[in-house]
Each structure stands twice: as structure tokens, then as C-alpha cells.
Write a protein that binds this ligand. Structure first.
Ligand code: AHR
Length: 521
């Protein structure tokens, strides 16, 4: 009997605990001022860029299935994925890598597909690379999506001549042999090349170089990158990663001119340990908060690198291009580890939104960012399984943030910001960003990092009236709620309308663990 009562008590206690964990409790009240009368700099649309590498099922199956595939396609591109990507208004796509780029020979990917050489993708799973997707297919993709092209050239194992000839092949309108080869392969007019990366991660997979050695190579390779006036890509040097500033320091002091940007990479790893990164689903709350905490570190990394650029390039000619960012988890059980396929949950949605809110603050230097990667790899927009596909929570955040593309930054200020604490971590409960969109509308994005508590944000707009806010809210029951092939719409945005304004302030109720984007009228 005693055992039975004890058992009963344990069940009640456990049930109450579960309920307490599952149900949002109190609503914190926070004050937010939007300084609409004090606009800042433009927020470049390129901050919403993508990165698509020849890696796992990122290109093959994810985007390209070939004309003979039973999966519905147009000229080899799968229709479902292209239709979904079109909705994102993608401004730029970086290709073909990544680490793949520094082993890629562009001549393998042109001409009749049945005559293209089959190579080995040494970086990613040692699988066959058929080269069915090459330069022409990439430009078909960017043209279908209305995006700009960002080519990552091979510096690590290629030569200045190969890199220069690839650019000539793409951009020359003369009767040169290379331009005629392009025409013979089906493209008459040159393509527009907006950005050109001179190598990738040259500190690692791109050649294991020291910054000084690479700076000299950059100068050499960039010298020969020539294209007609009006079609000159911005040139991007391969920079550093994480907290490091030495690559930015060396490149911005050793390269005079001929460099529009320096890249910087930062991946969010829940545990902070590459050897045991943490799982994409089924993670404890400690890894929810550590993931968000580690994401927010990028603010500091950007500031440190900006300070170097302010010193060495006070005129602001050199941009900081965050051309790889996003979450990186342990491989999914049963999947090829080299394919970097991972699930994508509500946590990833918050990671994306937090990053955007940070990038917006730094658009004086952060002129591009490219999430890694578009389909089936790392923090993907889309996951596919043969003929099925799903849009991830991250996809929905990119969609919700579309009004920020080419908007104007508006400063904001919070008061009474509560702290969300768990285990050894502590982060602000909310992050936010405001802007005037291209049509002059005031947009506001808010993220509630706390998985248990709702927030009420009393919002005052300086220099503008604010009567209502409408938009979309993304949240879900669990920290690791996700979209699966059986339940593809489990996590998706819903319509949102603010409560009535009170004393000239908008009342915005933000549920626990959510992302909100609204237009304020
Ligand atoms: O995005 C996956 C890989 O991460 C890229 O190929 C490389 O540049 C980085 O290390």
C-alpha cells in the first residue's frame, strides 16, 4: 500500500513537472522603442544568400535529378524544389563549394553530359562525381531563381590560368576560342558573374596555408581575373573563421586594392566540440540554450573583424562576407557521415532568425552571408527523400524575413530585458531587428529564446504612429519539433495580429520559443 501511494505521488509529481515544462508560465513584460526617426544603413539582400556545394545529396537528388528521372523535372531540375526556392527570393548562390571547389576542374563540367569525366568527390564521402551538374546547369539554376552567381574558384589545386579561363568562358563576348566553346555548348550570351571567391578555407581544406602565403597567392590569382567592363565580379578573398582575426588582419594589410571582400566562416555547434557536436533532434534543454548562446557569439566575431577593417580600411572598401554559417550537428544515425545530412527543427529556425538580427546591425561591413547549405546539407532550407520534399523551419524563417532584403536598418532599444538561464548558460530572452522595407513599411522581427515563458513587448515607435502589427509567427510544441515527410507542415508560420495599442504603445504577445515578423502600421 505504502509503495502504491509513493508510486502515485511520483506519478503526480512527474506529471506536474512535465506540464510545467510544456506549458508556458508567466509572461514577462518588456519595453521596446523603435527609432523610426533615426534610420541607419541599407540591409543588403545578399545577407539572405545561399550556398550549394557538390556534397551528399545537396546538388544531385536535391536540385538536379536529370531529364530522365521519374521525379517531375524541367530540364533535369526537380520542379518541387525549384518552385519552393523561387518563393524565397534568393539573391545569390555560392557554388560549387566549399572544400569541393578547391579540387574542382571546371572543364570537367561542360560539354555533352555523357562525355563528361567521372571523378571522385574526395572531400565528401569519396563518391562518384559525374559532373552532370556543371557551369551551364549552375547558371540555369540562378537564372530560374532570379539570383546572382557567386563562383568559388579553385586556388588550392588549380592554377591562375585555369581560374582566369573559367571567368573568360563565362563572361567573354568576343570570338575567343573559350567564348566560342561556351556557344558550342549552348550558351550564346555571356553570363553575369556578380561575385568571385579566390579559393575557400585556404587555412584548411583549401590548401593548409598561412595567411601571408595566401595573401601573396590572392594577389597573383586576382591579377589574372579579367572580364569585360560591366561584368566584373566582386572579388572575395578566403578569410578566417570563428573568433580569429589574423586572416582579416593579414589580407587587409597585405592586399592593396583588387579585393572587395574577405570571407569569414562560423558554424554553430551545440556543444562547441567538433568531436561530439550534439544531435539535431532529441537534444536536452542544455543544448537548446547552448546552441542559441553559441549562435550569438557571431556578434562578437563580427565586431572583432570589423575593428580590424576599420583600422586597415577606414574608407570601407572591403566587406566582410559571412559566406558559410549555420548549425552543424553529429551525423544522423544510419546516414553517410560524409554527406552532412541533418534534421532541422524549431531550434534551427531560431538560430537563423538570431543570426539575421545580428547581421542587420553590421551591414556597414557585412555585405553578404550564405547559409550552409540550400538542400539536404547542414542547416538546409529543403530536405528531400526521393520524390518527396519538405520545407524546413529554417526555410520558413527565410521566407518570413523577405521584407528585410534591401531594407533600411532602424535602431531599436529594449528595456527590462529578462534573462533566460539554464544549466551554465544565460542569454537575453528576446532579440529583435527593425527596418523600413523597400515600400517604406516598418517591419519588426522578434525572437523569443525562452522555451517556457511568453513575453509581452510594449512597443513604441518614435517619429511614427503605430496602431497595429500584422504578420506571421513561427512556433511549435517542442524545442525539436520538425517537419517530416509524413507531416510536412507540422512547423509552419501562422497569421499574427497584435493586440490593440495601449497608451500609444503596441502590445505584442510573443509565445515561448518563437519567431515573429510583423509589419507595423
Ligand atoms: O559546408 C561544409 C564545409 O564546411 C565546406 O565545404 C567548407 O568550406 C567548410 O569547412
Amino acid at each position: 500500500m505504502k509503495t502504491c501511494i509513493h508510486h502515485f505521488r511520483v506519478i503526480i509529481a512527474a506529471t506536474l513537472f512535465t506540464l510545467a515544462m510544456a506549458l508556458p508560465t508567466t509572461a514577462a513584460t518588456v519595453k521596446l522603442t523603435i527609432e523610426a526617426d533615426n534610420p541607419g544603413l541599407p540591409i543588403s539582400r545578399y545577407i539572405y544568400g545561399q550556398f550549394a556545394e557538390h556534397l551528399g545529396r545537396g546538388i544531385y537528388e536535391g536540385i538536379w535529378v536529370g531529364e530522365d528521372s521519374p521525379i517531375p523535372n524541367t530540364n533535369g531540375f526537380r520542379d518541387d524544389v525549384i518552385d519552393a526556392l523561387k518563393e524565397l527570393q534568393i539573391p545569390v548562390i555560392r557554388w560549387p563549394g566549399g572544400c569541393f571547389a578547391d579540387e574542382y576542374n571546371w572543364r570537367d563540367g561542360i560539354g555533352p553530359r555523357d562525355q563528361r569525366p567521372v571523378k571522385v568527390n574526395n572531400h565528401w564521402g569519396g563518391v562518384e562525381e559525374t559532373n552532370a551538374f556543371g557551369t551551364h546547369e549552375f547558371f540555369d539554376l540562378v537564372e530560374m531563381l532570379g539570383a546572382d552567381a557567386y563562383i568559388a574558384g579553385n586556388l588550392g589545386s588549380g592554377s591562375p590560368r585555369e581560374m582566369a579561363e573559367w571567368l573568360e568562358y563565362m563572361t567573354s563576348d568576343t570570338a575567343s576560342t573559350l567564348a566560342n566553346l561556351r556557344r558550342k555548348n549552348g550558351r550564346d550570351k555571356p553570363w553575369k558573374v556578380a561575385f568571385w571567391g579566390v579559393g575557400n578555407e585556404t587555412w584548411g581544406c583549401g590548401g593548409n596555408m598561412r595567411p601571408e602565403f595566401y595573401a601573396d597567392l590572392y594577389r597573383q590569382f586576382a591579377t589574372f581575373l579579367k572580364s569585360p567592363e560591366g561584368n566584373r565580379p566582386k572579388k572575395v578573398a578566403s578569410g578566417g573563421y570563428d573568433i580569429h582575426t589574423n586572416w582579416t588582419e593579414t589580407l587587409s594589410s597585405m592586399v592593396e586594392g583588387n579585393m572587395d571582400g574577405i570571407s569569414h566562416h562560423y558554424y554553430t555547434i551545440p556543444t562547441g566540440e567538433w568531436s561530439a557536436k550534439g544531435k539535431s533532434t532529441g537534444f536536452p534543454e542544455k543544448e537548446w540554450i547552448s546552441t542559441l548562446f553559441n549562435t550569438m557569439k557571431i556578434d562578437e566575431f563580427i565586431k572583432l573583424n570589423k575593428a580590424v577593417l576599420e583600422k586597415n580600411d577606414p574608407e570601407g572598401k572591403i566587406g566582410l562576407y559571412l559566406d558559410e554559417w549555420g548549425t552543424w550537428y553529429d551525423p544522423e544515425p544510419g546516414r553517410e557521415p560524409g554527406f552532412l545530412y541533418q534534421q532541422n527543427t524549431l531550434r534551427d529556425a531560431l538560430v537563423a532568425a538570431i543570426n539575421f538580427n545580428i547581421f542587420h546591425k553590421h551591414t556597414d561591413r557585412v555585405r553578404m552571408a550564405n547559409i550552409a547549405q540550400t538542400v539536404n546539407v547542414l542547416q538546409a532550407m529543403i530536405l528531400t527523400d526521393k520524390d518527396k520534399m519538405i520545407m524546413t523551419p529554417t526555410y520558413h524563417v527565410f521566407h518570413m524575413y523577405k521584407p528585410f532584403q534591401d531594407s533600411t536598418f532602424i535602431p531599436i532599444e529594449f528595456r527590462n530585458m529578462p534573462t533566460y538561464k539554464h544549466a551554465d548558460y544565460s542569454v537575453p530572452m528576446l532579440t529583435a531587428s527593425a527596418a523600413k522595407d523597400k515600400d517604406g513599411n516598418l517591419v519588426l522581427a522578434l525572437v523569443n529564446l525562452d522555451p517556457h515563458n511568453n513575453a509581452t513587448v510594449m512597443t513604441r515607435v518614435e517619429g511614427d504612429s503605430a496602431k497595429s502589427a500584422t504578420g506571421r509567427l513561427l512556433t511549435a510544441p517542442k524545442m525539436d519539433s520538425l517537419n517530416s515527410f509524413d507531416a510536412p507542415n507540422a512547423v509552419r508560420p501562422v497569421s499574427y495580429k497584435s493586440a490593440d495599442s495601449k497608451d500609444g504603445q503596441l502590445v505584442l504577445d510573443i509565445p515561448a520559443k518563437s519567431v515573429l515578423v510583423v509589419t507595423i502600421k
